[in-house]
Write a new protein. Structure first.
Length: 215
């Protein structure tokens, strides 16, 4: 009986915590809506709205979504490194869901190009430190630059910064999606891609290489 009473008390406590969290999130959301979007976001939203772009019912207003995208783009760490990378995709289809899916994949592929760029930068660094020779580096760079679809699929959680649509004259829907991914996640995927490729080629990793790829 005592055990059941403890469980009941825990259940009530968790329920109260969930309600408190939900209330806090609700207050935060209302606070965000009350805050004025930046001048650039308002200006871009006005231009897009003239071009017919709008957001789905219940979504944040367009200017607030654009403001969020700007915040992701401008967010930097203490060393002035960008914390997020953005990708944009646009697609047209007969219905909203199909256009959204295609636009999202295009945005993911754009972010995936950043993975290839990061991997190339790491490979160049390895050449500079004599951890790879030029021929191996060139071969690995080519392989990684050609695997955009694979790296796109390896992207973890991405944040939807902007999602808008417009109806075209032929009744098709055009959807625009801007995604944000953590730069640290991109770097980690690039390191894993290099590690996997070196293992596939049976290349031995020096202590220095292993240290660089595990930082």
């Amino acid at each position: 009986m005592r055990f059941i009473a403890v469980l009941a008390a825990l259940s009530l406590s968790m329920s109260a915590m969930c309600q408190t969290t939900a209330q806090l999130k609700s207050k935060q959301a209302k606070s965000i809506l009350k805050e004025k979007a930046s001048k650039d976001a308002r200006k871009e939203a006005k231009k897009m709205e003239k071009e017919g772009w709008k957001v789905s019912p219940g979504a944040l207003p367009l200017e607030k979504q654009l403001d969020r995208a700007y915040m992701y783009a401008l967010d930097i760490d203490e060393d002035m490194n960008q914390l997020y990378l953005l990708g944009e995709g646009k697609s047209v289809a007969g219905n909203y869901d199909a256009a959204r899916m295609q636009a999202t994949e295009l945005a993911r592929l754009e972010i995936a190009r950043s993975i290839s760029t990061e991997a190339t930068s790491l490979i160049d660094n390895m050449v500079g430190n004599k951890q790879l020779d030029n021929e191996e580096a060139a071969s690995m760079t080519t392989m990684l630059s050609e695997s955009k679809t694979i790296t796109s699929q390896k992207l973890g959680r991405v944040m939807v910064a902007v999602e808008a649509y417009r109806e075209l004259s032929n009744k098709n829907r055009e959807v625009l999606v801007r995604l944000a991914a953590k730069a640290s996640d991109i770097k980690e995927i690039a390191k894993n891609a290099i590690r996997e490729e070196m293992e596939k080629r049976g290349m031995k990793m020096s202590e220095k290489t292993m240290e660089m790829l595990s930082k």
